[in-house]
Design a protein around this ligand. Structure first.
Ligand code: AMP
Ligand code: ZN
Length: 466
């Protein structure tokens, strides 16, 4: 099997992945993985969930390669303003006005909704969950560190990071700083440069915020980017293996996380920076702020299994935009059903076919090439290997695919006796080559809301749409 290679946005190259720390003798190497979690002011949309399916796939591939993953995910429950450039209202306070609940209640409610979506999609729980509001002291400490190193200035509304002090600010995003300054049109307020960003914001003088804390600079709340620098360093150290997020984080959020850690710790924070590309709807970005978005529950209400959406996402490279449409989701739902039924029909699992496993490994290790890995899975299904071998091998693939194939069984359906009688009569008609009768009997069954599938083991009847 080829060695694991991953695309690193920072260096813009596909590089071989090796953990930063070598393990003590006889133990599995530990890999530190940090994923930017959701901003819990509304439900996650299926675009957000695509990004978490990507990070889950990465985590599973690391496990497949024998690494012991320490996965940290944060919950942004304060400080993410309406625009990523520190403008506008805090999304949590805005959500509070929209729903009439407190910002704290909203955070709790949407965190629970997000975790339930994760469970439905068979996304593994992170090893550590961390909330921004539980780590205010840690965030203040990092801001203080940045201040001591001389990278901050104060305005009337907060403490800002002076990006001009950092010679390679914007390196990962390949930002054209001069171009940005020349093209600056929006009001910068008291910011010295368009790329400067808030580390600590003061509460407005005339209004009490629901979420605010005391700090060395005055009462207020942390800027959005500082939470990830502070919490990732706390749980994984100031230089860890992999940091993930969606592609929109490249230019602002992750660029600023890197600036903060470079200023305070002198590191680029993560050895690999990886980004999942957007899910689009009709070729435009799906965004919560636009108000029109699809939730996982919307798909469930339409009769889809959440794991069909997972399989739909796996059919594209994570580094490519993906257009959502119902026809493709239908295709994924059918494929999922075929994989489940095949796995079930194969009976007990035997030995894994190592050659196939290696072939699959070559694809997932090639920067998570899941479409090609799925092609290997279909090749296995169609192969003439023993059913028990196919089963064991597909279940080994499923450690990475995460389709929970081992736990699926056909729904125990009670088929009414009169339908079973019709099916039996049809079998008899077919045996006696009375094809017209057989067709008419099938039509009767269909009309009653059932469908017949002729398999090698005989006819299978089920309620339509299941
Ligand atoms: P948020 O809850 O807005 O902080 O976003 C959660 C995650 O979803 C982040 O990693 C975003 O980069 C990602 N994201 C936002 N919109 C999309 C989209 N349309 N497709 C894929 N990922 C997205
Ligand atoms: Zn983050």
């Amino acid at each position: 099997m080829i060695k694991l290679r991953l695309f690193d946005t920072y260096s813009r190259t596909v590089r071989e992945f090796t953990p930063l720390e070598s393990p003590p003798p006889g133990q599995q190497p530990v890999v530190g993985l940090y994923t930017c979690g959701p901003t819990v002011y509304d439900y996650a949309h299926i675009g957000n969930l695509r990004t978490y399916i990507f990070s889950d796939t990465l985590r599973r591939v690391l496990g497949f390669n024998g690494f012991n993953v320490k996965h940290v995910m944060n919950i942004t429950d304060v400080g993410h303003l309406a625009s990523d450039a520190d403008e506008g209202e805090d999304k949590m306070e805005k959500g509070s006005r929209r729903t009439g609940k407190s910002a704290w209640e909203i955070a709790e409610f949407y965190t629970a909704a997000f975790r339930s979506d994760m469970k439905s999609l068979n996304i593994l729980e992170p090893t550590i969950w961390c909330k921004a509001t539980d780590h205010i002291t840690e965030q203040i400490d990092v801001v203080r560190c940045i201040e001591e190193k001389g990278y901050t200035y104060r305005t009337s509304d907060g403490i800002y990071f002076d990006t001009s002090r950092l010679p390679d600010y914007g390196h990962m995003a390949r930002l054209d700083i001069e171009g940005l300054q020349a093209g600056q049109r929006v009001d910068m307020g008291e910011k010295r440069s368009p790329t400067d960003f808030a580390l600590w914001k003061f509460s407005p003088r005339d209004q009490r915020r629901q979420m605010e804390w005391d700090s060395p600079w005055g009462v207020g709340f942390p800027g959005w980017h500082i939470e990830c620098s502070a919490m990732s360093a706390k749980y994984l150290g100031d230089l860890f293996d992999i940091h993930t997020g969606g592609e929109d984080h490249i230019n602002v959020h992750h660029t600023n996380e890197i600036a903060q850690t470079e200023a305070c710790y002198g590191t680029r924070l993560a050895n690999f920076w990886m980004h999942g590309y957007f899910l689009q709807l009709d070729d435009t970005k799906m965004a919560k702020s636009a108000g029109t978005f699809l939730r996982l529950q919307t798909l469930i209400d339409q009769g889809y299994d959440p794991l069909a959406y997972r399989l739909f996402c796996l059919s594209a490279l994570y580094r490519a935009k993906l257009n959502f449409n119902w026809e493709s989701l239908d295709g994924a739902a059918k494929s999922l059903e075929r994989l489940r039924q095949a796995t079930f029909d194969w009976g007990p699992a035997g030995q894994v076919d190592q050659a196939f496993l290696e072939k699959f490994g070559d694809q997932v290790n090639d920067d998570l090439n899941m479409p090609r890995a799925l092609a290997v899975a279909w090749e296995l299904v169609k192969s003439d290997l023993q059913p028990a071998v196919k089963k064991a091998t597909l279940l080994a693939f499923d450690q990475v695919l995460g389709l929970d194939l081992a736990n699926w069984a056909p729904k125990e359906e009670v088929i009414p006796d009169e339908i079973l009688a019709l099916v039996e009569q049809r079998q008899l008609a077919r045996k006696e080559k009375r094809w017209g009768d057989a067709d008419a009997l099938r039509a009767q069954v269909t009309q009653a809301g059932y469908e017949i599938e002729d398999t090698a083991q005989g006819p299978r009847v089920r309620k339509k749409g299941l």
